[in-house]
Design a protein around this ligand. Structure first.
Ligand SMILES: Nc1ncnc2c1ncn2[C@@H]1O[C@H](COP(=O)(O)OP(=O)(O)OP(=O)(O)O)[C@@H](O)[C@H]1O
Length: 309
């Protein structure tokens, strides 16, 4: 298969400056069709700006973007028809009902008559909004608003869906349910790009990119990122973990030490080939064991984030 058929998004040297500030700095990535791809990073790292660049809402300072095999520059309007975009704030009209919000979006995409009625009915059913059809969007719960926003963003059955921190305003149960819906969409052939600062959410993605200060620090599947991590994880128990943490952080081989319940989770550089022996020499007599890396560990090792506060 040629690259044009394989990738939903390709970005090369993608850069966006706002005045002196470089919000997105020389990003290179390829997102395969049919997957859920995550952008993971803290507030201000450039996730939203990158998404806006890919939707054609912002123009890059330099670099190239190819969407669904077509260069974005010069073809923005044609490509936008194939994209869905759900913003952080959901972009609903609070003073319109659920039905009116859907009709408004349907009008934008040129849906009329039976086609419009059928598609809206389908979405009300799919997103469990039938009983809220006449309710004002502004009076709905966070979970309901999120479902309506997803219904609006997918009304025209886009091939590529951008979701900018879609679950920030909902509880864990709604978040879980929302992700199930994303996998249904993905199963039906939609490629999804989702930005998040939640580690557990990023772990659900088929693949992801970790961003920091506009730079791409690492990318790959969660398993690949964990395997490639340049550190081993050791859990240490016992008393006075706060003091132990400060002592361990004096060691240049210790990348991070963070307390999780009754344990200290310590990341030891892989250049230390026997991390248990190395730590036993520093804190003899304490219970300790190697642990499976998490995405948070990957994040800590590939960004400037250190658990040393
Ligand atoms: N229109 C703009 N003008 C000037 N600076 C901007 C503009 N949009 C974004 N920025 C800056 O670019 C940087 C990246 O912002 P961006 O919104 O892309 O980050 P983010 O990772 O999506 O964070 P958040 O989750 O807080 O939105 C920030 O420093 C932000 O202040």
């Amino acid at each position: 298969m040629s690259n044009a058929g394989k990738f939903a998004i390709e970005a090369q040297g993608l850069t966006k400056a706002f005045g002196e500030h470089i919000a997105v700095n020389e990003l290179n990535f390829r997102i395969p069709k049919g997957c859920i791809y995550g952008f993971l990073g803290p507030n201000g790292c450039g996730k939203s700006t990158t998404i806006r660049l890919m939707t054609g809402l912002l123009t890059p300072t330099s670099g190239e973007i190819t969407i669904l095999g077509q260069t974005l520059a010069g073809h923005e309007e044609a490509i936008k028809q194939k994209l869905g975009y759900m913003t952080q704030k959901f972009s609903l009209y609070d003073s319109l009902t659920v039905l009116e919000n859907l009709r408004f979006v349907a009008a934008i995409y040129g849906f009329t008559g039976t086609r419009r009625t059928q598609r809206i009915d389908e979405l009300l059913h799919l997103y469990d909004l039938k009983n809220q059809a006449k309710q004002y969007a502004g009076s709905m719960s966070g979970g309901q608003k999120q479902r309506l926003a997803l219904a609006c963003a997918t009304l025209h059955s886009p091939e590529l869906l951008f979701l900018d921190e879609p679950t920030s305003a909902v509880d864990p149960e709604n978040r879980r349910e929302f992700w199930e819906r994303l996998f249904d969409l993905c199963d039906a052939g939609t490629t999804i790009l989702v930005s998040t600062h939640y580690m557990d959410e990023a772990e659900r993605c088929h693949a992801l990119a970790i961003l920091e200060d506009g730079h791409l620090r690492a990318d790959g599947s969660p398993a690949e990122l964990m395997n490639a991590m340049p550190a081993n994880v050791v859990e240490i128990g016992g008393e006075q973990l706060r003091q132990l943490k400060q002592a361990l952080l004096q060691q240049s081989e210790v990348l991070s030490a963070a307390q999780i319940g009754a344990h200290l989770r310590v990341l030891v550089k892989k250049t230390q080939t026997d991390p248990l022996r190395f730590l036993a020499l520093l804190c003899a007599g304490r219970p300790m064991q190697l642990a499976r890396p998490s995405l948070e560990d990957v994040f800590v090792t590939c960004t400037g984030t250190r658990h040393d506060e």
